[in-house]
Design a protein around this ligand. Sequence first.
Ligand code: GUN
Ligand code: ZN
Length: 437
Amino acid sequence: MTLYRAQVVDTPDDPFRGGALRCDGDAGLLVEDGRIVERDAFATLRSRHPEAQLVELSDGVLLPGLVDAHVHFPQVRVIGALGMPLLEWLERCALPEEARIAEIDYARVVAGEFVSALTSAGTTTALVFGSHFAPAVDALFQAAAGHGLRITSGLVVGDRMLRPELHTSAERSYDEGRELARRWHGVGRSRYAVTPRFALSCSDELLASCGELHRDVVGSWFTSHLNENLDEVATVRRLSGTTNYLDCYDRHGLVGRQSVFAHNVHSTDTELTRLAEAQASVAHCPTSNAALGSGMFPLNRHLAHGVLVALGCDVGAGTGFSLLKEGLQTYLLQRLRGVDGVPLTAAHLLYLATAAGGQALGLRDQIGDLSVGRRFDAIWIRPRPGTILDIGIRHSNGPEDALAKVFALATPDDLGQVWIDGAPLRARAVDARPLRP
Ligand code: GUN
Ligand code: ZN
């Protein structure tokens, strides 16, 4: 048994529904077999368990592990392209790189880069867009298992309007997905997600085979893109003969509680009503939406309809792996939306980056906050002495203010440690500093 002593901040109750930030200045968390078994004031817990191994996380703040609801594995090396809208960016940047990943040695290297980048950013759980090539997806699952990362991922499929080498058929898509699911679904912390790229690149027949696979792989997740860019939306409407983009997925049983749709910037009320009714989730990807000029996310309309919103970094259109940065960008964009913007606090941002993702992924009973019964997936934000974040936290007006500074200023360099299921992933050498008295 290990007893962690830290300033713990989390959001067990949804701040969009009146929940408050939970802040415990000197908390004890008792962890056994990767699970939090007791939580109390440190002194109380210490006297109850004098024999437990003590880990003092002095200074800084302990947060739940971050949950990324939308990120692309084969796009690590194309982050940072500027000046293009979605369809041009796909053609010129993303798809050529995604074709390279057919080469398995290349795929293994990129999978290693991807998994380290996620964990270095404090992401402990992710819903990952895999690759169009089954061996590359296999390499991703292997790399994630090697790091202990919780991932839900799958074979990306499309049969039109991509590059020919990325196209598949309905039958091959089903067979390859089924085999990957057999190898990885429910194995360790891995789960399978049926992943058509987007309705623009998928015929009705291919989406029908995705529906079949989703039904046959019990407990599988479903993820795709939705209503991201106006040209994309117009093309999907023209090709499908409907004004309801969501319906392209819905007619094949792909809209339900286990569905996560990325973006949904240009959604109709009919679609929002259906998403809410089906209890499907939306992954908001704010740096990507800004970088590609996709549009301003209508968070107010999602909330008004009761649609669950989580956060995704959407690398490589997104500008990096940090969900803290995505949280900050969510806040900034809502400020800019004026009367249509949702005023957000640090509690909302933390909720979006942790518990909301856990909910979208159906893992809320295990992750998303640091309550008794959850797995010990946590990140310790411990900035180097003398950095602006360190100074800011020391002079903050209480924990919520300190958390706002974390969202404004923290980078992967400020992560002292990351744990998944109680196992530390990497220790950063922190400068010697006296522990608290
Ligand atoms: N729509 C289809 N593919 C992609 C992708 O790779 N990134 C983003 N942002 N949108 C997409
Ligand atoms: Zn995406």
